[in-house]
Design a protein around this ligand. Structure first.
Ligand SMILES: [Zn+2]
Length: 266
C-alpha cells in the first residue's frame, strides 16, 4: 500500500459567531465594579466538596482561590427551566477552548443563548503558554467515579461529579442533570504533535478570581475539585492538604446600572 499524502488546506476560524457573542466591555466593567462594591453574600465551597446557589439576573458572582491553587468545576442551569443548561461544546465552538473576560457561557438547544458573561478574570494575562495551554477550560470534563473505576478498578468516592449531584439535590435535580463543566482555574491544552489532552497544575495563587454576571436567573453549582490544582497524575491520590476551598461573592450592581444593562439587551 502506498503512503497517502494530503494537500495543505487553509484553516477556517470562528465558524460560529452569533451577534450576541460580542459584549459591551465598558458596561460590563461598570456592572462588575458596582457588584463588587455591593456584595450581598459570601459563600465558601468546602475543599473537596460542592455547593450550589441561586444567582438572579444581573447579579455578579466572583469565584476566588482565596486559600491556594484550586480548580473548580462549574454547572449552570436556568433557574426556571432546568432543561436549559450550560453547553460546554457550543461555548467552545463560539469562543475557544479557554474562556476569559467578555466570553459567554451558552445554553443547550433549543435555547442557545448566553446564560452568563465573564466580567473579570485576574489570570487573563496567562493567555496561551509555550505548550499551547490556557486557563479556564471548556475542553475537558469533570472527575467522576466511572472513569476512575476504568483507570483504577475502584469507584472513586469523592469526585466533582458526586459533589455536583449532592449540591443540587435541594432543587430536586439528579445525576442526569449534571452536565459538562466549565473548569475554572484549570490549565489545559491539546498537544501540538499528538493531540493528547494535557493538563498542567493551575497557576492560580491566593486571591485570583474569575467573575460571572447572570444573564438570566440561574442555579449555579460549583465543586472544589478533589484533584486540587490538577497537577497530580490522573488516577493518583491527591493529599487533602493540597486541596483548598473556593470563596464565592454574590454582588448586586446598583439599580440605575442594572436598568441600563436591561435596556442594552433589547
Ligand atoms: Zn474534579
Amino acid at each position: 500500500m502506498s503512503d497517502r499524502t494530503f494537500a495543505p488546506r487553509s484553516a477556517k476560524r470562528c465558524y460560529v459567531r452569533p451577534k450576541d457573542a460580542d459584549v459591551d466591555r465598558e458596561l460590563y466593567e461598570r456592572l462588575s465594579l458596582s457588584g463588587w462594591n455591593n456584595v450581598l453574600k459570601k459563600l465558601t465551597v468546602p475543599a473537596r466538596g460542592g455547593l450550589a446557589w441561586e444567582l438572579k439576573a444581573g447579579q455578579t458572582c466572583r469565584i476566588v482561590t482565596a486559600y491556594g491553587p484550586q480548580v473548580g468545576d462549574l454547572n449552570i442551569w436556568n433557574l426556571h427551566d432546568f432543561r436549559e443548561r450550560f453547553y460546554s461544546g457550543k461555548t467552545r465552538a463560539i469562543h475557544r477552548g479557554h474562556l476569559t473576560t467578555s466570553d459567554r457561557l451558552w445554553s443547550s438547544f433549543p435555547y442557545l443563548r448566553p446564560l452568563a458573561t465573564i466580567t473579570q478574570d485576574s489570570l487573563h494575562q496567562y493567555g496561551v503558554d509555550e505548550d499551547g495551554c490556557g486557563l479556564h477550560d471548556v475542553i475537558g470534563t469533570r472527575c467522576d467515579p466511572y472513569t476512575h473505576k476504568l483507570m483504577t478498578g475502584q469507584m472513586g468516592k469523592i469526585t466533582c461529579h458526586n459533589n455536583l449531584i449532592k449540591a443540587v439535590k435541594p432543587w430536586n435535580l439528579h445525576e442526569s442533570d449534571i452536565h459538562d463543566v466549565f473548569n475554572v482555574f484549570m490549565c489545559t491544552g491539546i498537544d501540538k504533535h499528538t493531540h493528547d489532552y494535557v493538563i498542567k497544575g493551575s497557576p492560580a495563587q491566593k486571591g485570583d478570581y474569575i467573575e460571572l454576571l447572570a444573564e438570566t436567573d440561574l442555579l449555579v453549582a460549583l465543586s472544589a475539585c478533589p484533584q486540587g490544582d490538577c497537577s497530580s497524575p490522573c488516577g493518583q491520590p491527591v493529599p487533602e492538604s493540597s486541596c483548598f476551598p473556593l470563596d464565592v461573592y454574590v454582588g448586586q450592581p446598583d439599580q440605575d446600572l442594572s436598568q441600563e444593562w436591561i435596556r442594552s439587551k433589547f
